[in-house]
Design a protein around this ligand. Structure first.
Ligand code: ADP
Ligand code: MG
Length: 256
């Protein structure tokens, strides 16, 4: 069964149509990359999957459940943003713990005796601390938990952003150009680490990039996007060897 079912999704901002009837089935455990030039609608589609943006038309199912109108926190997805979106006033540990605290507190809040949750002011609970520690160690950032994002390198920040997504134990990872702020050498190293993470967790990844070589080396399938449309969805070798369409061939740079 498809883990993600995207059915005729459309999105307009005012009079501008950004996604034009996008349909795609993504299998459970698949590494699917949305590849396309800047401005073609990749982030918009990812944000719709995350529930951060509402589609103009069409429907979306994740894990067999229609999620139209379901709030981001109630979807089993975690997103890693291009900018990492870490809170600068919080430590690495607090940044990573935040999704867990929000989730656990949202059920505690129904109990009458529990007070208000103030981000970054309360100590991290023992159980949450253990989850955060384990994840941080696995990502090689265990020694950085007390630092703030401003005291980290780009690569370390990127790992914190991935760690914050991991602690939620999502069934779907959404990653929006997570390596674009890193230098070339680190980018190649992090590709391997993200692939390793995918294999270890065995969950579904929807990865966004405009970088062909990233798409070709990391993905089970690549969905080539141009001007709000999916032109071809196929394994990397097939896209490269047998582009469906002149526009795919031009973007990939292979002859046809
Ligand atoms: P990509 O991630 O592929 O670079 P985006 O999904 O960010 O593309 O953007 C696709 C198009 O939608 C762009 O032309 C962009 O300017 C437009 N767009 C994105 N978000 C908004 C918004 N909130 N309001 C108006 N236009 C937007
Ligand atoms: Mg984008």
């Amino acid at each position: 069964m498809a883990e993600i079912s995207i059915r005729s999704i459309r999105k307009s901002f005012g009079a501008t149509s950004v996604l034009k009837d996008v349909s795609l089935e993504i299998a459970d455990g698949e590494f699917l990359t949305l590849l396309g030039p800047s401005g073609c609608g990749k982030s918009t589609l990812l944000r719709i999957l995350a529930g951060l943006e509402v589609q103009t038309g069409g429907s979306l199912a994740i894990g067999g459940r229609i999620v139209d109108g379901v709030r981001p926190k109630r979807r089993d997805v975690a997103m890693v943003f291009q900018s990492y979106a870490l809170y600068p006033h919080m430590t690495v540990a607090q940044n990573m713990a935040l999704p867990l605290r929000m989730r656990r507190l949202s059920s505690w809040q129904r109990l009458p005796v529990v007070g208000r949750f103030l981000p970054g002011t309360t100590a991290v609970g023992a159980e949450i601390e253990k989850d955060v520690m384990r994840t941080a160690k696995a990502l090689g950032i265990g020694h950085l938990l007390a630092r703030k994002p401003g005291q980290l390198s780009g690569g370390q920040r990127q790992r914190v952003a991935v760690g914050r997504a991991m602690v939620r134990q999502p069934v779907v990872f959404l990653m929006d150009e997570p390596l674009s702020n890193l230098d070339a050498k680190l980018r190649v190293q992090m590709r391997a680490e993200i692939k390793e993470l995918h294999q270890r967790l065995g969950v579904t990844f929807v990865y966004v990039t405009h970088d062909q070589s990233e798409a070709m080396t990391m993905s089970d399938r690549v969905a080539v996007m141009l001007d709000g449309e999916l032109l071809q969805v196929a394994p990397p070798q097939e896209i490269y060897a047998d582009p469906d369409d002149r526009r795919v061939a031009e973007f990939i740079g292979s002859p046809k």
